[in-house]
Design a protein around this ligand. Structure first.
Ligand code: GLC
Length: 563
């Protein structure tokens, strides 16, 4: 590394290792599978890879339940495989990020096991145990995955432990300095191996204010949203600052936090001395989720709102620091299904989405399969779903009186498993992902047409389009500076369904125009631009352009001052 702020010029590719590439033929992706695809990342042009958790885990929550922070799970390979991946990626100029999950461990972690077996051991205070009230949970907090956030301790009377996520994910007690020390040592141990940094999971939940207890119920279950007293609570800042100083900063590592931070605190998070190098924005990726978080239902979002959220986020983030931009991740459905009506879901509109997102300011994160335009999967029945949150949402939908058919459709639209199906490499068996008879989760049946091999051979494919967008950012060229660093200035147009903005430096201007509608639209230009990339035709020297439905253009011109 170590150009300062190397991450600003980077493009990150997110891998869900279980579904990326299976080298040993057991139906589950593995590290050797990833190593076998290193050439692909070079071909694509990305220079950072983020791996969802590969640590030892019983996989209750897809690996976000860690039983040993120092061991790779045998399902994915060995620690030597991990060393090899870091080394071989490095030789190609690619850095590896791991997922850092320190809000909780698995209940199968040795610390938790010890805490249960011996209530007097020091590990008891690594977690959050509380006495119940007359045999009932200490308060009515609801875990993010449904049900009480308190689980009764087996073989002890009136004793409970806290789990913000599943009951197999007990929360760590960050008030205990030994816990903080353990985490800091572990982070440095990995960074010492040459890791590029971490994506940081659920980090705003570290500080709990259990003393505030009971909340007014906000659901049929009599429970209340846990976030009120565990999200972003005062006091968390000192811990975050300490971790950063004693780990990431020393290594000039990239850190990207899963953290929805209010504007008045942004500078503390991503400013010059911020705790993280960047954070993810949720405002436009969760636009389809109702405020209650019950995603078996859909919100009534509009393009106008989407536009406001995107542009507002750009303006705010650039004031304080640097953003991380994404259309998809392992917690989201496929973007094409989320943002586009059924009849307009095609390669043309996938390229429009790609343009909108890849030209924003901040580091783009591309999720595996997004670059070939993978889609949501039609499962046959609930038992086809693996994801714990999907089963919880289905239960809640049933409780709310929804019909099984409507609830199942809700899962099709939003389940996290939509993005966790095997990567589609070719039109061969299991989409070229695995030689096994059965894969751990179903392969999407559209792999015959949507796959890497076919798209690499087609210069009009979604993949070819992504390669060009990536090259605009990664390869030296006339507008690279503006595309990476240029200030975002909204480009005012009368139509609500047109999202348009400029990326400007003193010398250059890049104009991004996206038609988020099924109608033709006319947009006036403020000068003569050249075409950088688009999914439709463009004629230079016209004062106005005609956008086709879901058309998009990226145009460039030299600024007046620089002429
Ligand atoms: C984050 C992860 C998600 C996981 C949760 C609990 O939100 O992205 O996949 O279920 O944390 O660790």
């Amino acid at each position: 590394m170590n150009e300062k702020e190397w991450w600003k010029k980077s493009i990150v590719y997110q891998i869900y290792p279980r579904s990326f590439m299976d080298q040993n033929g057991d139906g589950v992706g593995d590290l050797q599978g990833i190593i076998s695809k290193l050439d692909y990342f070079q071909e694509l042009g990305v220079n950072v890879i983020w791996l969802c958790p590969v640590y030892q885990s019983p996989m209750d929550d897809g690996g976000y339940d860690i039983a040993d922070y120092y061991q790779i799970d045998p399902m994915f390979g060995t620690n030597q495989d991990m060393d090899q991946l870091i080394e071989q990626a490095d030789a190609r100029g690619i850095k590896i990020l791991m997922d850092l999950v320190v809000n909780h461990t698995s209940d199968e972690h040795a610390w938790f096991q010890e805490a249960l077996t011996d209530p007097n051991s020091k590990y008891r205070d690594y977690y959050i145990f509380r006495k119940g009230i007359d045999g009932q949970a200490p308060n009515n907090w609801r875990s993010y995955f449904g049900g009480s956030a308190w689980e009764k301790v087996p073989n002890e009377e009136n004793m409970f432990y806290l789990h913000a996520f599943s009951k197999k994910q007990p929360d760590l007690n960050w008030e205990n300095p030994e816990v903080r020390e353990e985490c800091i040592n572990m982070i440095n141990w990995w960074l010492e191996k040459g890791l590029g940094g971490f994506r940081i999971d659920a980090i705003l939940n570290l500080k709990k204010r259990i003393e505030y207890g009971q909340l007014p119920a906000d659901g049929e279950d009599g429970l209340a949203f846990i976030g009120h007293w565990i999200l972003n609570q005062p006091g968390i800042e000192e811990w975050l600052a300490e971790i950063d100083q004693r780990t990431f900063r020393k290594y000039n590592a990239l850190t990207v936090a899963e953290a929805d931070v209010p504007e008045d605190q942004l500078s503390r998070y991503i400013g010059e001395d911020g705790y993280f190098r960047m954070i993810f924005d949720f405002s436009y990726t969760d636009i389809d989720v109702p405020e209650t978080g019950e995603w078996f239902l859909q919100s009534n979002w509009t393009v106008k709102e989407l536009k406001e959220n995107i542009l507002q986020n750009e303006l705010t983030t650039q004031k304080f620091g640097w953003g991380a931009k994404y259309l998809e991740n392992h917690d989201q459905p496929r973007s094409i299904n989320k943002y586009l009506p059924n009849e307009y879901q095609n390669d043309h509109s996938k390229k429009m989405l790609a343009t909108l997102f890849m030209m924003l300011q901040g580091t783009p994160f591309i999720y595996q399969g997004q670059e070939i335009g993978m889609t949501n999967i039609r499962m046959d029945e609930m038992s086809d779903y693996d994801d714990i949150a999907t089963h919880d949402q289905y239960r809640r939908a049933m409780l709310s009186g929804m019909s099984p058919e409507a609830a199942f459709e809700g899962m099709y639209l939003r389940s996290r498993d939509n993005n966790r199906t095997p990567m589609q490499w070719s039109d061969q068996k299991n989409a070229g992902f695995s030689g096994a008879e059965q894969t751990w989760i179903k392969v999407n049946s559209n792999y015959q047409t949507i796959n890497v091999e076919a798209e690499l051979n087609d210069d009009q494919s979604v993949l070819a389009f992504y390669q060009k967008l990536i090259a605009l950012r990664r390869q030296a060229g006339p507008y690279q500076e503006a595309i990476i660093f240029g200030e975002v200035v909204p480009y005012e147009v009368p139509q609500e369904e047109i999202i348009a903005y400029k990326r400007s430096t003193a010398e250059e201007e890049v104009l991004v125009i996206v038609n988020f509608s099924a109608n033709h639209q006319i947009v006036k230009l403020d000068g003569s631009y050249e075409l950088l990339i688009g999914n439709q035709a463009y004629q230079t020297n016209l004062e106005q352009i005609k956008l086709v439905p879901y058309g998009s253009l990226v145009l460039g011109k030299k600024s007046e001052e620089s002429k």
